[in-house]
Design a protein around this ligand. Structure first.
Ligand code: B12
Ligand code: SF4
Ligand code: SF4
Length: 363
């Protein structure tokens, strides 16, 4: 009885530990799959590594990575009042190996993260719900929520908050969810008991490094974004450099090869969040149908999807690279028609595809 009263009393006292425990419960109730806490400070190695990445030009056209480097590497440079960071993860695990699609030459492979609703919207909605709950409970406390687009070092923070570790493929790996966690953060003025930081469990493994089709890893834990298919098909605006086109295969938006190669995925489970269940029409879309999209058709098909952001012309550029790699004579008329497209980026990719496609075998 005495022990029970003592326990009850402890849980009623507002301490950094009881606050963290209450936030964890609420975040899990709201649908997050991983929660951890860290002080709003990162070690100097994060800034040094970011600087090395930028000095080598590995960010390519993503100039915004350099613009606010100090804020990215130091949470308190972004928001001086921040005391603690809550790192949150949402599982988007696929129910099959996404690399299986690469054998089907007449369809396009969209990376797992983009086959459903835009995760930014889903994670942001949950972060805001958690924020409302926290502000109600700890009146006078302040907070800010982030997912992906702000100058926040999400992976180092998630590691520091114990969600996992930055693997050799540079993404956060979790012992329970493998490579498949979206990350989001709450910066808060509340003092919260820190979690134990994640330890590196890559060991001697190099599977992700050798799985990369474009040799985008100059060394373990370092990615040259300019060679990454995710960068080339999503962030890069001009024509895709010819040296990478064959290796892109049928990947038309992003790439999952290094993530899918990770042995820690054996503990992963398929996503449970309804908004993250893949859309059937984006699981194995036919290249010929995608190549027929005009602006209005593109916007209608990708309404609410992260793919909408790159626009019809860049998307068709990607589809035409996949068509050029398909070796399908039946796709020649598709490429031929797009050689006359008003967008030069589309027309150039169409000419390249046409030059590679074999003529139909005569009977
Ligand atoms: C820019 C960016 C990209 C760029 C560059 C990727 C990169 N690795 O930097 C491109 C367009 C290529 C990209 C691709 C993808 N991205 Co992205 N991206 C980002 C973004 C906006 C910033 C990342 C960043 O700061 N990069 C700069 C470099 C310098 O940082 P870094 O990789 O952390 O570099 C570190 C390592 O080099 C490390 N390091 C260097 N040496 C050493 C040595 C040791 C021993 C160690 C331990 C570490 C180490 O220290 C550096 C600093 O921390 C984040 C969101 C965010 N705000 O953080 C999402 C984010 C990283 N992306 C994400 C995803 C899902 C992807 C893709 C899987 C999408 C896809 N399927 O196509 C791919 C994966 C490609 C890959 N292998 O990284 C998720 C990753 C989730 C996770 N579990 O980690 C994030 C966190 C978005 C989110 N909120 O969920 N992305
Ligand atoms: S996402 Fe694909 S291209 Fe980019 S580093 Fe990983 S395997 Fe290489
Ligand atoms: S594949 Fe191996 S080296 Fe790469 S992140 Fe996973 S455990 Fe680490």
């Amino acid at each position: 009885m005495l022990l029970f009263l003592q326990k009850k009393k402890e849980s009623e006292i507002d301490t950094p530990s009881t606050r963290a425990a209450a936030i964890r419960d609420e975040a899990l109730r709201l649908g997050f799959d991983a929660v951890g806490f860290a002080p709003a400070r990162l070690g100097p190695e994060v800034r040094a590594r970011l600087d090395a990445f930028l000095a080598a030009g590995m960010q390519g056209e993503m100039g915004w990575l350099a613009d606010r480097a100090e804020q990215r590497a130091h949470p308190q440079a972004l928001w001086p009042e921040a005391v603690s960071v809550i790192a949150l993860g949402m599982n988007y695990g696929p129910d099959h190996d996404p690399r299986d699609l690469q054998a089907q030459r007449e369809v396009g492979a969209i990376s797992v993260y983009a086959r459903h609703k835009d995760y930014h919207d889903i994670v942001k909605k949950r972060l805001k719900a958690l924020a409302r709950w926290m502000v109600e409970r700890w009146r006078g406390s302040e907070l800010k929520v982030f997912v992906d687009t702000a100058p926040v070092a999400e992976k180092p923070l998630a590691q520091q908050a114990g969600l996992g570790w930055q693997g050799k493929h540079t993404n956060l790996v979790s012992r329970s969810h493998g490579s498949w966690l979206f990350l989001g953060e709450v910066y808060t003025t509340l003092d919260l008991a820190p979690s134990t930081p994640g330890q590196d469990h890559c060991g001697g493994c190099t599977r992700c490094l050798s799985a990369c089709p474009t040799a985008a890893f100059p060394a373990p834990y370092r990615l040259d974004a300019r060679r990454c298919i995710s960068y080339l098909t999503i962030e890069h605006k001009g024509p895709i450099p010819e040296e990478f086109r064959a290796a892109i295969g049928n990947r038309i938006y992003g790439c999952d090869d290094c993530l899918a190669a990770c042995p820690w995925n054996k503990f992963a489970q398929a996503a449970r969040e309804p908004g993250l269940i893949p859309r059937e029409d984006l699981t194995a879309p036919r290249l010929a149908e995608l190549a027929a999209l005009d602006d209005a058709g593109f916007r209608a098909l990708f309404s609410g999807s992260p793919i909408k952001r790159i626009g019809r012309d860049r998307f068709l550029r990607n589809v035409l690279i996949a068509i050029g790699n398909s070796a399908e004579p039946a796709l020649r008329p598709v490429a031929e028609r797009l050689c006359a497209d008003p967008s030069e980026i589309v027309a150039e990719a169409a000419r390249w595809a046409l030059a590679r496609l074999p003529a139909a075998a005569s009977t």
